[in-house]
Design a protein. Structure first.
Length: 199
């Protein structure tokens, strides 16, 4: 049995931190896992910027409430879920994901959690496990499943390489150059066709 493992941000929805950066005018919040492979370093940097500007979870959630999936994303996901199981494996946080999951038709998502103080300040974060995406794919294999994976960032590379088939979607030129053997697509129809070919 196959399970398709998809990244969330950059594949199905816009990058949350970039949208928040644009809403607040804080350029530093535009850094993502496309730019910084070390997720812990990236999150510590983000939390420091939030503190510096006095921004809280509610400020981020207000921006997320106005966000929509990328054009064609829900239709792609609906088509894909008709022919195989799909899990979104994301390094985003449960406090961010809910309104976006509603707009995508409530797909299954595995993600992380923010640590929030009593006054709504982001004070830290809890990852589900070490190397969340790779660990999840390995666990699915242990459960007797085969995985097909797609993502756009450095933190997706391990799950893509470890799966029986993997694809970049709307990734950077740098990642395409670094991993030339991974097929890269920019249109949902092409990604859907590639996944169907290996199901």
């Amino acid at each position: 049995m196959n399970v398709v493992c998809l990244d969330l941000e950059g594949v199905l929805v816009p990058e949350i931190w970039i949208a928040f950066a644009e809403a607040t005018g804080i350029e530093g919040l535009k850094r993502t896992t496309r730019d910084e492979p070390d997720y812990d370093k990236l999150m510590e940097y983000r939390i420091e910027l939030l503190h510096e500007h006095g921004l809280k979870l509610a400020d981020i959630q207000a921006v997320i409430a106005q966000m929509d999936p990328m054009p064609g994303a829900k239709e792609f996901l609906d088509d894909l879920r008709q022919c195989t199981q799909v899990i979104i494996i994301s390094d985003t946080f449960a406090q961010f994901a809910r309104p976006l999951m509603e707009k995508l038709g409530w797909p299954t998502i595995f993600c992380n959690e923010l640590v929030i103080s009593s006054d709504g300040e982001v004070t830290g974060y809890k990852m589900r496990c070490k190397d969340t995406k790779l660990t999840t794919v390995r666990a699915l294999h242990e459960a007797g499943l085969e995985t097909i994976a797609s993502g756009d960032s450095y933190n997706d590379v391990q799950m893509i390489l470890y799966s029986k088939a993997g694809f970049f979607f709307r990734t950077t030129d740098a990642l395409k150059a670094e991993y030339p053997d991974v097929p890269a697509f920019t249109e949902y129809a092409d990604l859907l066709a590639a996944i169907k070919d290996v199901l």
